[in-house]
Write a protein that binds this ligand. Sequence first.
Ligand SMILES: *Cc1c(COP(=O)(O)O)cnc(C)c1O
Length: 232
Amino acid sequence: MKPGPTGIRSNLDEVRERIAGAAARSGRDAGQVVLVGVVKTVPPAIIGQALGLGLTDLGENRVQEADAHVAALGRAAARWHLIGHLQRNKVARAVALFDRVHALDSVELAEALSRRAVEAGRRMPVLVEVNVSGEASKFGVAPEALMGLLERAAGLPGLTLEGLMTVGAKVARAEEARPAFARLRGLRDRAGPALGRALPELSMGMSSDFEVAVEEGATLVRVGTALFGGRP
Ligand SMILES: *Cc1c(COP(=O)(O)O)cnc(C)c1O
């Protein structure tokens, strides 16, 4: 788990193998799972190495840090995913920087994001963040509020509603994360038909539990530490 050229290569190989193994165990095609390398606090030179080794998708949880990374590496160097909470005053910048927003969590944010996307002449792919664990410290809508937000977001011209995302509670063993991931999938499986449209994407799983997430249907796994080492 050490960064540096050889460390990054072996970490990336190992994470990819573990994703493939989890997909195989659950009868899925590993090609359905996108590895989003979470690069918060990672220096651009290290990110550049990972891109050189074939990583295609990068996750940022702050607009400001993404701005610096995009300036260093280029907007076209990767698909950029905003995985953290988005503040309303950063929406315009987010539309310029990101290919997808994972953490839509309010009607107000949906409307602001849609308006800015329309102004920019595009639609922003979005996932709604659900607070499945119910922890007060977590962002995301409560499961009970999910349909309301989905219905509003589905009608907005600047958004493409793709699916759901959750940040799991910290668990001692990966297996303990399974019920929350299964619950997110269940919410998605019911919300899609209720809404009358497919919600293909499920963003769930981090370094400590991404294999369980893949077994439960994740299409986007957000992995930082297992690729780039521990953060300061
Ligand atoms: C930091 C972060 C991750 C990655 O966490 P690791 O444990 O380092 O893999 C994933 N998702 C979100 C929302 C994050 O903020």
